[in-house]
Design a protein around this ligand. Structure first.
Ligand code: PHE
Ligand code: FE
Length: 295
């Protein structure tokens, strides 16, 4: 699986880092400052204390298996030994958000891009772009789950297809990612639990997504989700709940081409809306919802 790649160097906003020809970089582990490691330790400790009551067991098991802890920022090479063995996925270090096609190509080949840099101590609760803590702690534990691992690869392949079809198809697919991979909830015998990376990497939204009366919590439906706008500037107004990762994977197995075509004719559903056809776990009170616009 490891093809030798020639390491070059590139000057970036965040210093001088080695860059692979593919646009991935070598994790500059030796360059992390004591503050960087302390930020990891603090964020890790906060979520580790909170999540046993909020996150799904598959996520918590993943965190255990990787041996995340308060010993500073993990080395991707160590994690890759565990990950490769378990599901054949590999973490690659990147500078930040990637063009859609590049991102899809990574996923389709079972490579998960992780931003190598971590937020500053004054950004523990919020930052507007994904950093190492979000990408690694949020996304990577579930890549140890075989069904979720396959779902992520299928999403990457589906992304290349949607990209070729056009921007509207891509928007529908992006909504699916948003409401599952980033902000998904799962129904368990213990109650609703989090599996979405955007939630588990946020202390505030971890509590809000499960405990707040404000947002809607609605049963997952493929077309419903692909047709629903979302908020990028606030906690979510609606969370979609899956029954299992098998349900998610099975629902997304069909060819989306005709679904994209049928959705293109209608209007999208607003983020806060509840439809008559929804399976409602909780109708939100909408308390504190701001009037900004959806995406
Ligand atoms: N079945 C989807 C398609 O045909 C691909 C896909 C799978 C997309 C899983 C998302 C998640 O496009
Ligand atoms: Fe993410």
């Amino acid at each position: 699986m490891d093809t030798p790649r020639r390491v070059e160097h590139q000057q970036t906003d965040r210093g001088y880092v080695p860059v692979y020809a593919t646009g991935t970089v070598e994790q500059p582990w030796a360059n992390y400052s004591p503050t960087d490691h302390e930020v990891w330790n603090t964020l890790y400790r906060r979520q580790r204390e909170l999540l046993p009551a909020y996150a799904c067991k598959e996520f918590l098991e993943g965190v255990e298996r990787f041996g995340f802890g308060e010993g500073g920022i993990p080395r991707f090479a160590d994690l890759n030994a565990v990950l490769g063995e378990a599901t054949g996925w590999e973490i690659v270090a990147v500078e930040g958000l990637l063009p859609d096609e590049v991102f899809f190509d990574h996923l389709a080949n079972r490579r998960f891009p992780v931003s190598w840099w971590i937020r500053r101590p004054d950004q523990l609760d919020y930052l507007s772009e994904p950093d190492l803590f979000h990408d690694l702690f949020g996304h990577v534990p579930l890549l140890l789950n075989p069904v979720f691992a396959d779902y992520m690869q299928a999403y990457g392949k589906g992304g290349m297809k949607a990209h070729a079809i056009g921007p509207e198809a891509l928007m529908n697919l992006t909504r699916l990612y948003w409401y599952t991979v980033e902000f998904g909830l799962i129904n368990t015998p213990e109650g609703l639990r989090i599996y979405g990376a955007g939630i588990v990497s946020s202390k505030g939204e971890s509590v809000y997504s499960i405990d707040s009366p404000a947002p809607n919590r609605i049963g997952f439906g493929l077309e419903r989700v692909m047709n629903t706008k979302y908020r990028i500037d606030t906690y979510q107004q609606t969370y979609f709940v899956i029954d299992s990762f098998d349900q998610l994977f099975d629902a997304t197995r069909p060819d989306f081409t005709p679904i994209y075509a049928s959705l293109a004719d209608g209007t999208a559903v607003a983020a806060a809306e509840v439809l008559d056809t929804d399976k409602v776990f909780q109708r939100g009170t909408r308390e504190g919802f701001s009037s900004g616009s959806d995406n």
